[in-house]
Ligand binder design. Sequence first.
Ligand SMILES: Nc1ncnc2c1ncn2[C@@H]1O[C@H](COP(=O)(O)OP(=O)(O)OP(=O)(O)O)[C@@H](O)[C@H]1O
Ligand code: SF4
Ligand SMILES: [Mg+2]
Length: 354
Amino acid sequence: MSENSQAFLTVQDLYVHFPTADGLVKATDGLSYTLERGKTLGIVGESGSGKSVSSSTILGLHRGTNAQVSGNVWLDGVDLLSLSDREMRQKRGKEIAMIFQDPLSALHPYYTVGNQIAEAYRVHNNVSKKAARARGIEMLELVGIPQPQTRFDNYPHEFSGGMRQRAMIAMALINDPSLVIADEPTTALDVTVQAQILDLLQNLQKEFNTAIIMITHDLGVVAEMADDALVMYAGRAVEYGPVREVLTHPEMPYTWGLLSSVPEVGGDTDARMVPIPGNPPSLLNPPSGCPFHPRCVHSAKVPGDLCRTTLPELLEGPRGAGHLSRCHLPDPEAIYEAEVIPEIAPEQVEERRG
Ligand SMILES: Nc1ncnc2c1ncn2[C@@H]1O[C@H](COP(=O)(O)OP(=O)(O)OP(=O)(O)O)[C@@H](O)[C@H]1O
Ligand code: SF4
Ligand SMILES: [Mg+2]
């Protein structure tokens, strides 16, 4: 991570609130992060924590809705939130592209895959249909679609799920965007295809020096793909930093909960899965203080009533290195070592001591 002013992407104090009949839904509540070219930020958190809303706001997808948006989103020195709708449309699909969980939501069933990919190119480039077709075929080949010349003229339903995901990646990358937002891009795929798609994204990232925001429920994907990790809870960052730091020295009990419920992180298949008790909070009326407090089994270790009354700030921990967390615990590392690691995987305790 780097200083805000110099980063390729800087999201600063982003708020996205939705007024509804039941009250104000605070889907993103003061989110800040940075991302450099060629790097990947993994955003992780339970359903409803604000991962998609915060990321799609970068693309301006909440324009024209009743969403109340404030803050700054700087991309290569330009504040995206201050652009006109026309200027934003020029960036969307060209400089910034999005890959969704469900390719059928991005691919129209009535048009051939190739025509849709070529059209994504023609919207931003003044080229002939023939040149766009050639470029589309080149992209299909790049993402590993066999016989791309023939496959170009297939309809989405003639592609398998994995091929549709590849086609959507081809469509997203055809204009060589500098920022790609991938929202659960592999959740619907089986494990083998998932690994292939992640490999493909990594290879394309290396080739084009793309910055990637990878939204996922899966800490395994974060461990494999990301340079930095951002853990979201109730519309806010609760832990953020270099991925190795966050995954091997997590400082916030919610991150501990996520790690405990994903045994494969660290490659320990014998580890026990410990689900986080309770449910994600309502964003209409989130709990006071630390919003995780009703579910946190460590809050009794914090003196007084702080967890219930006071929102912890996102602060750098004792290890430094830009590793931030939001928790009142005075010595989280000691609790993690003594109580959490043995719960997850007793072998890791020995490894760490060794
Ligand atoms: N247009 C809207 N109006 C009102 N509330 C909304 C709107 N869009 C999203 N929300 C709410 O904002 C919150 C955050 O939603 P978001 O889609 O960002 O969650 P998420 O972290 O991506 O979850 P998931 O993992 O399920 O995709 C949710 O409570 C959701 O119901
Ligand atoms: S601030 Fe309190 S409730 Fe929140 S995670 Fe830390 S210990 Fe748990
Ligand atoms: Mg989502």
